[in-house]
Ligand binder design. Structure first.
Ligand code: ADP
Ligand code: MG
Length: 362
């Protein structure tokens, strides 16, 4: 069996590694030049894209910003999972908000803005603490502006004046005071089977995911139930196939959905060590129609991103339960170079191990 992934980064690499024991061959498409490459070595393979599509049982993506012409070509085959519509929801905050509203899923109070004058109205209705997001091509905190009080409105308008808001509207959200950020990774298979992982708690640094802890501590049954319900509504509503990540804010005992990622997700990497079945394995199982694997956690675990550096001591592997996942990319500032998974017998012990790890990785 074969799965073709659009995108040839670390997520395709980890899907490839998960595919080996299942007998599923994973190939990747470098979307810069449409070449079909090996997901680990990135070397071009013999086949061209058309041949690779024909010889694959399923087509999937490792990021939502795949050029639309490639998505259209893939969608024509009926092998693209998740669907093109689901992928485009992840690539466009306006579509995302419409979807959440359509399924009555609680999300952040917001307005869609296509003209800068509408910002005054946003301040009136949402308050003067706002987070303004470009509806497309933003990630890791890029493409966002924060209004801290009304006096900054004019300077923010200046900063935004060059944008074509008719083409790419802004999504303006109320700045929320939330308890914490949680994410839900779930999977729905071709046959409609659904499983969700325990919630992960995410800590960000400079707009980028830094650490995930899973299962998140102190999750009430009611909260876990809410998360499961949100996932089921979305996955069934979209007839979704594959892993879907849902980023959420916890406000009191309520979950508000912030973002959807129609793919395996950084906040699910802990599952490689901390769960019975990794998100990568479950994504592949879902795509080719195999039964889904157990998503329960094995122990408290954490994932730490290694960002923008490669020169740390690998002696960190002497910490019991520590595993390094290196992506083999050239170093660049703010680039995710790899991650470290660590498991522990208790949250207290997990805390100690994280403390030790912070001495190794910045
Ligand atoms: P991306 O991950 O694509 O950069 P997000 O919408 O997830 O964009 O925003 C990045 C981070 O900014 C979030 O993880 C959260 O910490 C913060 N943030 C986003 N929206 C809000 C909001 N409405 N209120 C408060 N903080 C927010
Ligand atoms: Mg996000």
């Amino acid at each position: 069996m074969r799965v073709l992934v659009y995108g040839a980064g670390q997520l395709a690499q980890m899907m490839y590694l998960a595919g080996v024991p299942l007998g599923i061959d994973v190939q990747a498409v470098d979307v810069k030049d449409d070449t079909v490459v090996h997901p680990v070595s990135k070397r071009p393979l013999e086949q061209n894209l058309v041949q690779a599509i024909e010889s694959s049982d399923a087509l999937t993506v490792e990021f939502e910003h795949v050029p639309e012409r490639l998505l259209e070509q893939a969608a024509k085959t009926d092998k693209l999972m998740p669907s093109m519509d689901a992928i485009l929801v992840g690539a466009d905050r306006v579509r995302e908000k419409h979807l959440l509203e359509r399924f009555s899923i609680p999300n952040c109070p917001h307005r869609i803005v296509t003209h800068l004058d509408q910002l005054d109205d946003c301040v009136k209705t949402l308050g003067d603490k706002l987070i303004i997001k470009a509806s497309r091509d933003g990630y890791d905190g890029y493409g966002q502006w924060r209004l801290k009080d009304a006096s900054q409105l004019e300077s923010i308008k200046d900063a935004l004046s060059g944008l074509d808001l008719e083409a790419v509207p802004l999504v303006v959200e109320k700045m929320l005071q939330f308890e914490r950020e949680l994410s839900l990774i779930g999977v729905r298979s071709r046959s409609g089977e659904i499983k969700v992982y325990p919630l992960a708690e995410n800590l960000h640094h400079n707009g980028q995911l830094h650490v995930s802890v899973a299962p998140a501590s102190q999750v009430s049954e009611a909260l876990a139930e809410q998360a499961q319900q949100i996932f089921t509504t979305l996955a069934e509503g979209m007839q979704y196939v594959g892993v879907l990540a849902v980023e959420m804010f916890q406000c009191g005992e309520e979950l508000l959905v912030n973002e959807l990622a129609p793919r395996v997700h950084n906040s699910g990497h802990w599952s490689l060590s901390g769960a019975h079945t990794s998100q990568f394995e479950n994504h592949l199982r879902a795509l080719v129609g195999l039964p889904l694997g157990d998503t329960r956690a094995l122990s408290p675990s954490a994932m730490i991103n290694v960002i923008g550096c490669s020169t740390f001591s690998r002696d960190l592997l002497s910490i019991p339960g520590c595993h390094l996942h290196w992506y083999g990319k050239s170093v660049r500032e703010k680039r995710k170079m790899g991650h470290i998974n660590v498991t522990a017998d208790s949250y207290a012990q997990l805390g100690e191990k994280l403390h030790k790890l912070s001495g190794y990785v910045p």
